[in-house]
Design a protein around this ligand. Structure first.
Ligand SMILES: [Zn+2]
Length: 209
């Protein structure tokens, strides 16, 4: 889910070791976003593209959280709003191209789907290991686990879709998984926008009080 990871974590006053680990996690997530999105485009798999969105969301969440340490509340809410809007636009694009594929059906490359899905799962497991194994940090271990579990379910769903595409020689398993994942992604990016707007209003109210 976009921004499911790290939302509850406190980023102020953390150690350099933990900060360095978060940068590695951001780099891993950003790289996998590019890899999975490109693979999805080349293999004509909408499920891969929908799964890639989560890596973008998590990279942005961690990246913005690190970038706005010590910044004003106004700067924080503006960053959250920009994140929500960009995630919403990306989600809408993937959802739109999934709907398009319903009418122009093709069969995605099942092997690429399976391999990239497994690579995505490995990346998510590596990320959770980097964060959770750092015990002195203030990472909220439970929320990291919950978030990573959801991400892993998405990765496994892509692999199951790959199996379905391969077994049935049909694009439908790919489209169904993509439609579910893209709509979940759209609704949570919408929630991020709503929350950011509410926080911005609060800031303005305080200034006028
Ligand atoms: Zn996530």
């Amino acid at each position: 889910m976009p921004g499911c990871c790290g939302n509850d974590a406190k980023f102020d006053g953390m150690s350099d070791v933990y900060k360095r680990r978060l940068w590695i996690v951001i780099a891993l997530n950003a790289t996998m976003f590019a890899v999975e999105m490109t693979a999805g485009q080349l293999a004509k798999s909408e499920a891969l593209k929908a799964d890639a969105l989560d890596f973008l969301g998590d990279a942005l969440t961690y990246g913005i959280s690190l970038a706005v340490i010590g910044a004003s509340i106004r700067a924080r809410t503006n960053a959250a709003l920009a994140k929500g809007i960009s995630l919403f636009l990306m989600g809408a694009w993937v959802f739109g191209s999934t709907v398009y594929r319903v009418f122009y059906v093709g069969v995605p490359e099942a092997e690429i789907m399976g391999i990239i899905g497994a690579l995505a799962l490995a990346t998510n497991l590596a990320s959770v290991f980097l964060i959770v194994s750092y015990k002195d940090g203030d990472a909220n271990v439970r929320s990291v686990w919950l978030c990573s579990r959801n991400d892993a379910i998405g990765n496994v769903a892509v692999m199951i879709a790959a199996l379905g595409v391969w077994g049935m020689a049909s694009g439908w398993p790919d489209l169904i998984v993509a439609a579910i994942m893209a709509s979940l992604f759209l609704s949570s990016s919408f929630q991020i926008i709503r929350q950011a707007l509410a926080e911005r209003r609060e800031v303005v109210d305080h200034q006028h009080a």
